[in-house]
Design a protein around this ligand. Structure first.
Ligand code: TXA
Ligand code: MG
Length: 338
């Protein structure tokens, strides 16, 4: 199969929407990461997503909409708390889980009775959904287990020859995937996956907002988790990622110097100085910048041939928690504590 690289033109959008209507796979930019899209209502098309990614069949897909009017045809029950969140955070990087309507097949929901729904804010994503005339199921457009793609080139690196087309929208502004929430009751928001919409952002909307423990620790393979995607090792480059929890930069730098050898790299904050002869990349100084850069740097480290990467630890509050979670999962939740 030849994968077409499509641009932001009327002609290319017509092609992309036609492909979706025909049950083909089209990768497209969202504000978070690139998604690998297909008509969410078509079993054959959605099955092809799982094949192209090498994704386990029990890991449900997020369904993307471009207008609130699309919600009622796919979600069976939308609590008022969800409508208040939609008003504030849609279009944007928030996915909400609802009981699904039969229109969404079990292939899409990974066998669950629920469906995750998101309205992306990226104009190219919105345009593709509305021109296609259907809700679009889209996981991140990487091969399963690799870092999510934040440029069309990343998608091509993973998916060339496996999908019909990629719409090129440049680099994604957010850089990590959406916040995924469900509602345990009408007053409780349960964060399954942290993203740019933080616990602190959600607090005014509920009595309780809590973060699932799978965000902080590895779940045993036989344990049932609320969000199936959280049980898989994820987001990892080929290089071994080693987060280092050091009290300050000096302690971090001393540790890296002691362990320096060929293939050792480090991933530093923007404000950190370089460490003598140790090759390094930088990934921002706050959660927003780190989220923007993290997956891009993972892919760069692989291109540079890095084998072991010592990484400065992000914070665990606000949007930073999303970076912490992706880093910990890339590291299999192993941390070097100094
Ligand atoms: O930002 C994003 O969310 C991107 C862009 C493309 O929209 N999409 C994305 O999809 O990250 P994916 O498939 O890579 O991650 C979806 C996550 C998984 O952890 C999955 O288990 C969880 O959402 N999820 C989806 N539907 C669910 C459901 N019904 N119940 C629980 N978790 C669900
Ligand atoms: Mg993914």
């Amino acid at each position: 199969m030849i994968t077409r690289l499509l641009q932001d033109t009327e002609q290319d959008f017509a092609i992309a929407a036609q492909l979706i209507r025909e049950g083909e796979l089209v990768a497209f930019p969202t504000e978070t990461v690139y998604g690998l899209g297909a008509d969410a209502r078509r079993e054959d098309a959605v099955r092809a997503i799982f094949t192209a990614k090498g994704r386990p069949a029990d890991n449900p897909l997020i369904v993307h909409i471009s207008d609130l009017s699309m919600l009622d045809s796919i979600a069976a029950d939308v609590p008022s708390i969800a409508l208040r969140l939609a008003e504030k955070f849609w279009a944007g990087p928030l996915t909400m889980i609802f009981p699904k309507r039969p229109e969404i097949p079990y292939v899409t929901s990974g066998g669950l009775e629920t469906v995750g729904i998101r309205m992306p804010s990226h104009p190219m994503a919105q345009k593709l959904i509305s021109l296609s005339g259907c809700p679009i199921a889209a996981p991140s457009a990487n091969r399963s287990g690799l870092p999510s793609p934040t440029t069309a080139k990343h998608v091509m690196d993973d998916m060339n020859g496996r999908i019909s087309a990629v719409l090129d929208g440049g680099q994604c502004s957010v850089g990590v995937e959406s916040t995924v929430v469900c509602f345990d009751d009408t007053q409780t928001i349960h964060i399954l996956r942290p993203g740019l919409v933080s616990r602190e952002d959600l607090l005014p909307y509920a009595k309780t907002v809590y973060v699932d423990k799978a965000v902080f620790e590895q779940t045993a393979p036989d344990v049932k988790v609320a969000s199936p995607g959280m049980k898989y090792k994820h987001y990892s480059p080929k290089a071994k990622i080693l987060p280092v929890d050091a009290p300050d930069f000096g302690t971090f730098a001393d540790y890296v110097r002691q362990h320096q050898k060929a293939g050792v790299w480090c991933l530093l904050f923007d404000s950190d100085p370089e460490i003598d002869a140790v090759p390094c990349l930088h990934y921002g100084d706050d959660g927003i910048q780190q989220a923007h850069d993290l997956f891009f740097r993972f892919r760069e480290l692989d291109e540079q041939g890095a084998e072991t990467v010592y990484v400065r630890m992000p914070e665990q509050s606000g949007a930073d928690l999303s970076v912490y979670n992706r880093l910990m999962r890339a590291a299999g939740f192993e941390v070097i504590r100094l």
